[in-house]
Design a protein around this ligand. Structure first.
Ligand SMILES: Cc1cc2nc3c(=O)[nH]c(=O)nc-3n(C[C@H](O)[C@H](O)[C@H](O)COP(=O)(O)OP(=O)(O)OC[C@H]3O[C@@H](n4cnc5c(N)ncnc54)[C@H](O)[C@@H]3O)c2cc1C
Length: 367
């Protein structure tokens, strides 16, 4: 392992960064994980990355970027080198009566940002309420929920390019966003995202509010009855609360301890129409979704495929599959990363044998 000469920074209080030894790595699966040496960035100024020791640390491919640990699966309990941005400020870059552009540092919690922007009456982030993790990681898999993806609001992403050794600003187009995809995910080990700029609306967008998702229509109708106002009068903060209530009924609470999860474990597979037709001839109840931008291919439900293989509610010692949601793999306690990964592989194997589809994990697997 390469490493800094001093274990901790000697720059004193208010230091822009520090080294920490043998740090537990928090993760929402609550799998045991420690990093032997971590560089923690308390600031995100470009000048920081001109320091040789930081650039060297990032140039080393061993160095794992860790945000909130809500999309990382630690199969190995020990990682040698990591980097973590904990700078979490945000500010307004530009605004007019229609929209506001903000700049957010990577360490800001995504859910906190949703609450703070929605609380000011700004539209755009509300459907992403209750998603754990950091703003810096949000562009990596283009986080999305209830019809909104972060990509729709990204103006630019500022990132350290570990190949080219410099900070660059990538436009939304250059980020190459797709469904749970981006250039950052396709090029693992290349980027450290340090700041993200987002454009939010000061007025409701067209088709406000989006309701075509399970549970949203009913919750909006209830809100409308309670408040005596039409559904279109709901503000972004009340909409964020409504999404929060829906999510809390379905998903384990990531703020609590065990059981742990990373949310959806597998991506919904995207297949050709011919393949989907072939499967549907055998399993007529199989859900399929045409998805924009998928070149005529269709998206299937990974959760449905897993459920058909009998995994929903499965539990074996410390690991299992949520009884509410077949796509959510759980750690109930006492298991390690190997146990968890072995369950995931068994599930993937049975779906492949039955349907001929290879499921891809959504989180990053750290082996
Ligand atoms: C209960 C639950 C519900 C969830 N629901 C959703 C959902 O509805 N929609 C959704 O899209 N996701 C969801 N997720 C997944 C997860 O919240 C997101 O993927 C989130 O963006 C991960 O953020 P993080 O900071 O925890 O990243 P981490 O888990 O720490 O890292 C994830 C990946 O991003 C990389 N990374 C982290 N920070 C940076 C950075 N600054 N620069 C470059 N790379 C970085 C890591 O190296 C790793 O590859 C859910 C997870 C849980 C536990």
């Amino acid at each position: 392992m390469k490493g800094p000469r001093a274990a901790t920074s000697d720059m004193g209080h208010g230091a822009p960064y520090e080294w920490q030894r043998d740090l537990p790595v928090g993760n929402t699966l609550h799998l045991p994980a420690r990093a032997q040496c971590t560089l923690v960035l308390h600031q995100t100024d470009r000048s920081l990355f001109e320091r040789k020791e930081i650039a060297d640390w990032l140039a080393d491919r061993e160095t794992l970027v860790v945000g909130g640990g809500s999309n990382l699966v630690f199969v190995t309990p020990v990682i040698l080198q990591s980097i973590h941005v904990d700078a979490a400020g945000w500010w307004i870059d530009r605004e007019d009566h229609k929209s506001v552009d903000i700049v957010v540092e990577a360490g800001k919690g995504l859910d906190e940002l949703v609450r703070e922007t929605a609380g000011r009456g700004w539209f755009g982030m509300e459907a992403l309420a209750e998603i754990p993790g950091s703003v810096g990681a949000a562009p990596v898999q283009n986080v999305g929920a209830y019809g909104t993806e972060i990509a729709e609001h990204v103006r630019w992403v500022e990132a350290f390019d570990r190949d080219e050794q410099g900070v660059v600003r990538l436009t939304a187009r250059e980020c190459e966003f797709g469904y749970r995809q981006s250039r950052f995910k396709r090029e693992p080990g290349r980027w450290l995202i340090v700041r993200v700029s987002l454009r939010l609306g000061k007025q409701p967008p067209e088709h406000w509010p989006k309701t075509r998702y399970p549970g949203v229509d009913e919750a909006l109708a209830e809100w409308s009855e309670r408040s005596g106002q039409p559904p279109s009068a709901i503000g972004p903060d009340a909409f964020a609360d409504l999404i929060t209530a829906i999510r809390r009924r379905k998903l384990p609470d990531w703020r609590q301890g065990l059981p742990g999860s990373v949310g959806s474990f597998f991506q919904n597979p995207v297949v050709s129409i011919a393949k989907a037709d072939h499967l549907a001839s055998r399993w007529p109840a199989m859900p399929r979704f045409p998805a924009p931008g998928l070149d005529g291919r269709v998206k299937l439900s990974a959760g449905w495929l897993i459920e058909q293989c009998g995994w929903k509610g499965y539990r074996d010692d410390g690991v299992g599959v949520s009884p509410n949601h077949a796509l959510v793999l759980m750690h109930y306690g006492g298991a390690d990363g190997q146990d968890f990964w072995s369950l995931a592989r068994r599930i993937r194997g049975s779906v492949e044998r039955r349907f001929g589809i290879i499921l891809e994990p959504e989180p990053r697997i750290v082996e």
